[in-house]
Design a protein around this ligand. Sequence first.
Ligand code: BGC
Length: 361
Amino acid sequence: MRRGILSLLAVGAFAVSGTAACTANVSGSGRGDKPRIGVILPDSKSSARWETADRKYLAAAFKAAGVDYEIQNAQNDKSAFTTLAEQMITQGVDVLMIVNLDSGTGKAVLDKARNAGVATIDYDRLTLGGSARYYVSFDNTAVGTLQGQGLVRCLAEAKATRPVIAELNGSQTDNNSTLFKEGYDGVLGPRFASGEYVKGPDQWIEEWDNTRAGTTFEQMMTAQPNIGGVIAANDGVANAAINVLKKQGLNGRIPVTGQDATAQGLQNILNGDQCMTVYKDVRREAAAAAKLAIALAKGETGVTTTKVYDRVGKRDIDAILLEPKAITRANVRDVIEDGYVSADEVCTADFAAKCAAAGIK
Ligand code: BGC
């Protein structure tokens, strides 16, 4: 769809496939006049969601709209991320949607796209100082608030007195991690101040790496064996902490939070090893982002519902932010009835009885 001098500049600047691609791109032959959208997902290990949910629901929305699309995964490799973006720009995408691996790499890619006349969307993670036209995500501070409140509720149920709270935050280069932390620290901070809870170790988990999360938590437990509650920023990090607790026979006795309502997280909840997770219905996030992308690709303006302030770029960005939902054992069933995770994935042989007890069919 995108034609003329900007396409020519794009191909000229990233002459990957040479003159032939240049001609094809400018004339539109070979690609047809269908709008074309490129998406780059971050990795497939920091959370199951990117491959099991985001890819699936974005693809479904693009297919339904009949647009051309390409969804790639950078597999946590920043240079691969950049190369993928450059290839998409060169190939003439009308819209580029990214989940950045960090704001620096994200910004470089967004700026290249903008200079080539490609419309851009930050998907799930805001690129600080970036130039994306739109941002689609959940209310990430609210995610953190739900995690903090969930931990408070589980600690009350466990009748914990002056528990030492450990925090396993997400990757420091992910703006969402900062927002999650703002959310749960907002709940926990006053309890530390009053002496009801005791502030314990507090660390970022580089790249959301689950193995690092396990090692970090093991070190925390060694340094401070009386940890009584754990904020884990997502289900993968939570599972790493739960595995450490299992080795010490402490699983189920020390509440651990999570996020993403993954099958593994839901199983850990049914087992009583995980206190809660946060369900973000990625179908709605993907549908909202795809709708914006399709509008942009057709040269229309998108409809957004709010603005988000980028404190580094010092600008407001038009955004859509969706509401997250807290999940405990009492409502694991909601996620399954919603069709987000299937009963088959959660209710494997070992979990059949627990699923039945939780009303999951
Ligand atoms: C997402 C989470 C995800 C994490 C690790 C965050 O930016 O919002 O849903 O668990 O990245 O991939």
